[in-house]
Design a protein around this ligand. Sequence first.
Ligand SMILES: [Zn+2]
Ligand SMILES: [Zn+2]
Length: 299
Amino acid sequence: MRRPRHIRLLALLLAIWSSPALAQDVTRVTVLVDAFSDRAGLRMDWGYSALVEHRGRRVLFDAGNNAGLFQHNVDVLGLDLRNLDFVVISHRHGDHTDGLKYLLSINPGVAVYAANDEYFGGPTPSQFFARPVPTLPDRMRYFNGVVPDLVPHGSPWSHAHTQRVTAALDLAPGIRVVPNISSGKSFSETPELSLVLDTPGGQVLLVGCSHPGIETILESVDARTRPVRLLVGGLHLVTTTDAEISQLVERLDSHWKIQSIAPGHCTGEHAFALLSQRFGGRYHYAGVGTVLRVDPEEP
Ligand SMILES: [Zn+2]
Ligand SMILES: [Zn+2]
């Protein structure tokens, strides 16, 4: 005998309510800006941005390369960025920041977490004043010879509520940012934040450009002891040789035990090819408009 409709509806609601994978428990990463896509109507651009939904929080990770294009993609995807818990900007480069112009126009009060970089405000690096020459006449000396303790540095985002992050920081339960600094030849000394989401099956790690090196970042999040179940974002291998990429791909799998990967942005086409070969079904396409879903109950 069929139960009355309202009883069936109640049973369904109870089933959803008691389900371990409630909709809000599923972590979602929606790619808003990147240079490849399989979805009509969205625009491609060299840059990166993703909307992260995790444990009921909405976090914007990076803001793309062009405010107008960023707004276009956000609108086409039907997203409302007036309702965000916070913004994380991985690093200062224009291909990760320009969309802040749009974002701050609709959501000026949002908390922005940024790398500890003078570009986001804060003091001008003190080394500029570290070699004084007292024998020069005062009028030739910086600040006429009396340098203030902290010389402010201008920022395009001086009106934003920005907090520069100098050490790993919990933003909310299960959501944290981890800073690293690039020491390589390219973009030396560029500080960069990565975003870490804790799930029962392991960490979800979002990276902007990985200028400090993806292995440095993996070390900083203890990836060997706290497995990364999904790595998302740019690995900056566009100019890396195939031999070096092959070695790294092998290490990501066998040494760092990355369970699955959704590379984008500056990872590069050669690395896309080698990663998809190595990871097979554990490689996830992540072009503009892709929604990556991480179910907390799945290993
Ligand atoms: Zn960059
Ligand atoms: Zn970039």
